[in-house]
Design a protein around this ligand. Structure first.
Ligand code: NAD
Length: 508
């Protein structure tokens, strides 16, 4: 009998009626012209929890045109940073007021634990506040050493209409890593959430209206990648795409956007290593490894789904991680004590299991888990916390995003070998190093091919600190000042002052 911690009961009831979700186009909440809808069945509870309009070309075209008109007439792009900040701050207050309502829907649609949804929705308010602070700081530079009668300014201006496309794994959080920053810059937006988790994005429309965001500045179209996402990536009236999702779809978006040379910012997948040296605080490191792989059931771009452990401590450390993983509270997402919830779809659950079974067939050793988990009284769409050893770096389970609670353990002997193994990936999103020697940490941090390196910690993030990936993990940066700058365009203004310009045709 597998000795795991599983929570079956909850103190929040599943609502009897699904939430109805509509598009938000030019300030109005509308159904699709053809009446198309999709229903979201809760991954954890197996019942329909939302019924969303499904957009087509008509809705997407209308949303893009509304955003274009709103940008071009300056109702948002040409007002002061102070005025834009006031609206964003108001949205932040409203998010805080509505946290519980948003969090319950987020949990029901995604399967993530309610405590985590509360943290993500409540925490998103801080992203809106931070973005508001940036709205008042936009500035370029000036040049006054170009000669007595010349002066130049380099201005920063909003880039224009931005398409924002988000994934299902952190719906409201990722939306808030993009939308308030684009709005703070003065851009107007068309947003498409994942078809699986449209709820909190659609609910946000109410808050934007209440906060006084002018009509047409933010438009939300619900629906699938085809046709909504593709039209948002190809349309001539869109200036930039900010996308978070899989590397495969990111590549398609890049190709589509290239036809009109739109700016593209991509936050994509990861296969993120944590490297553990023998001199590290092993208790701390084991806890961070358990957190890194089980958080959001491993359905996380920053999941530390592979660890590289020095061979002298590999056996002891793996045993610690296995013991800690048994204690992680899996189960009913509507119980505040639950730490890990359900898998997003049955197909994804099968995909996770496929990686594990393939590794076993190739000679891997499953030290914990390795099978679906049926949570009594809730549902069968869960996966056991899983630890796999006896692997080589070329195996698919080590190279690809499993996107489940599955930890791959590899070993190394030297710092150089650890760095080579860490960088042996097409991805470069994040990496971690555990050691009490600052030289080891710094050497690793400088040579790791990753957009973020954590030393003696894992997955701490702040609105101030840029996020993004190297290699096939992405392009551009999100949040922080660097993320904000992505939504700004540079314009140089060169001015002559005083005397007549030296003639060109008639000579000096
Ligand atoms: P996905 O790529 O399947 O879908 C993401 C979004 O793109 C959805 O809204 C989807 O409807 C839309 N889409 C699908 N096809 C499209 C197309 N052809 N054109 C335009 N839009 C299209 O990703 P997912 O399964 O929702 O999310 C999981 C992936 O996201 C993982 O790979 C994960 O690593 C990645 N992710 C990355 C980050 C990061 O910050 N780097 C954060 C979260 C998730």
């Amino acid at each position: 009998m597998l000795d795991l911690t599983v929570i079956t009961d909850a103190d929040i009831a599943v609502p009897e009626e699904p939430v109805i979700l509509r598009h938000f186009i030019d300030g109005i909440r509308v159904d699709s012209a053809d009446g198309a809808v999709s229903e979201r069945v809760s991954p954890s509870h197996g019942v329909v929890v939302s019924r969303a309009a499904i957009g087509g070309e008509v809705e997407t075209e209308a949303a893009i045109n509304a955003a274009r008109a709103a940008f071009d007439d300056g109702r948002w792009s040409r007002i002061s940073g102070k005025e834009r900040a006031a609206v964003l701050l108001k949205v932040a207050d409203l998010i805080e007021e509505q946290t519980e309502r948003f969090a319950i829907l987020e949990t029901l649609e995604s399967g993530k634990p309610i405590s985590q949804s509360r943290g993500e929705v409540g925490g998103a308010a801080d992203l809106w506040r931070y973005a508001a602070s940036l709205a008042r700081t936009v500035h370029g530079d000036s040049h006054n050493t170009l000669g007595e009668d010349m002066v130049a300014m380099v201005l920063k201006e909003p880039i224009g209409v931005v398409s924002i496309i988000t994934p299902w794994n952190f719906p409201f959080w990722i939306l808030s890593q993009k939308l308030p920053f684009a709005l703070a810059a003065g851009c107007t937006c068309v947003v498409k959430p994942s078809e699986m988790t449209p709820g909190t994005t659609a609910l946000l429309a109410e808050l934007l209206v209440e906060a006084g965001l002018p009509t047409g500045v933010c438009n939300i179209v619900l629906g699938y990648g085809l046709p909504v996402g593709t039209l948002m990536s190809s349309h001539a009236n869109v200036d930039m795409i900010s996308f978070t999702g899989s590397t495969a779809v990111g590549k398609k978006i890049s190709e589509t956007a290239a036809r009109t040379l739109k700016k593209v910012a991509l936050e994509l997948g990861g296969k993120n290593p944590q490297v553990i040296f023998p001199d590290a605080d092993l208790e701390d490191a084991a806890d961070a490894v358990a957190f890194g792989v089980h958080f959001n059931v491993g359905q996380c771009c920053n999941s530390s789904s592979r660890i590289l452990v020095h061979e002298d401590i590999a056996e002891e450390f793996t045993a610690r991680v296995v013991e800690l993983s048994r204690k992680v509270a899996y189960g009913n997402p509507l119980n505040p004590k639950t730490q890990v919830g359900a898998i997003v779809t049955p197909e994804h659950q099968a995909k996770i299991d496929g990686y594990v079974q393939e590794a076993v067939a190739e000679g891997a050793d499953v030290r914990l888990g390795g099978a679906p988990l049926d949570v009594k009284g809730v549902g069968p769409q869960f996966y056991q916390p899983t630890v796999v050893t006896r692997l080589t770096s070329s195996m698919r389970i080590v190279q690809e995003e499993v996107f489940g609670p599955v930890l791959s353990v590899l070993t190394f002997k030297t710092l150089d070998e650890a760095i080579a193994l860490a960088n042996d990936s097409v991805y470069g999103l994040s990496a971690g190093v555990w050691s009490n020697d600052v030289h080891t940490c710094l050497a690793f941090a400088r040579r790791a091919e990753a957009g973020t390196v954590w030393t003696n910690t894992w997955m701490d993030g702040y609105p101030e600190v840029a996020l993004g990936g190297m290699k096939q993990s992405g392009q551009g940066r999100e949040i922080g000042r660097y993320g904000f700058e992505e939504f700004l365009e540079v314009k140089s203004v060169v001015m002559r002052v005083g005397r007549t310009r030296a003639p060109w045709v008639n000579g000096p």
